[in-house]
Ligand binder design. Structure first.
Ligand SMILES: Cc1cc2nc3c(=O)[nH]c(=O)nc-3n(C[C@H](O)[C@H](O)[C@H](O)COP(=O)(O)O)c2cc1C
Length: 203
């Protein structure tokens, strides 16, 4: 189905909220940051590709299409950890335990998806690129939730490390936004409650 084929009702009617909204709301609320992943169960590469494609449907000022994606499974997860650990050390990290953890930690997930953001011609646009990439990542996470996959947005230990950017095949001017852990769950995590939102409303 194409995006254009899906007709979304324009407003809730007197019978209540559209099912599509109820469903979306429930998926948004169910998405959890979870590393409870069974690494013995592979994730179909087609699923990974389709989830990554959701990133491209994020809003994007000036249509710069700034997202860059690299997928690591199997032995390549250790290469990702090694590149990030070496870059982290180059960035000035002196705590060897932290560097060693970086080297090992990507093996905790079946799939690691590195998402980068392209640099633009101004700092403002570079920031907007990153905003768009972040929105795209949420699309991916929500898609994973609908499939029952566990997902986890982790901050890259180095954001501009040359080894990791090169390993990912990204330009050396890019910024890493996330390393997403993805896999089939072997447990569930607690739900961190959200504080009530205070909305300043003006009429
Ligand atoms: C930009 C960003 C970076 C994050 N980096 C990390 C991280 O490095 N380590 C971590 O434990 N969680 C990280 N998280 C996940 C948050 O800890 C998590 O979203 C928060 O605890 C709320 O839990 P929930 O996602 O299950 O609602 C990150 C989330 C975002 C949006």
């Amino acid at each position: 189905m194409n995006a254009a084929d899906h007709v979304v009702p324009r407003s809730p009617n007197i019978h209540g909220w559209p099912e599509s909204f109820e469903h979306l709301e429930s998926v948004v609320q169910q998405r959890r940051t979870s590393l409870l992943i069974d690494t013995t169960v592979p994730v179909d590469p087609e699923i990974v590709t389709r989830l990554c494609s959701l990133i491209t449907w994020a809003p994007n000022h000036k249509r710069t299409w700034p997202w860059q994606v690299a997928v690591f499974t199997g032995d390549s997860r250790a290469r990702l950890g090694a590149a990030l650990a070496d870059d982290q050390a180059d960035d000035g990290e002196t705590d060897q335990a932290r560097i060693d953890k970086t080297r090992r930690k990507y093996g905790r997930s079946t799939v690691c998806i590195v998402v980068g953001s392209a640099r633009a011609d101004t700092d403002e646009r570079t920031g907007e690129n990153r905003d768009a990439v972040a929105a795209g990542i949420q699309n991916l996470l929500l898609g994973a939730t609908t499939l029952g996959l566990a997902s986890f947005w982790s901050s890259p230990p180095s954001r501009r490390g040359r080894r990791t950017l090169s390993l990912c095949g990204f330009p050396d001017t890019s910024e890493l936004v996330a390393v997403i852990y993805l896999g089939w769950p072997n447990g569930s995590v607690e739900v961190p409650e959200r504080p009530n939102l205070s909305i300043n409303t003006f009429g």
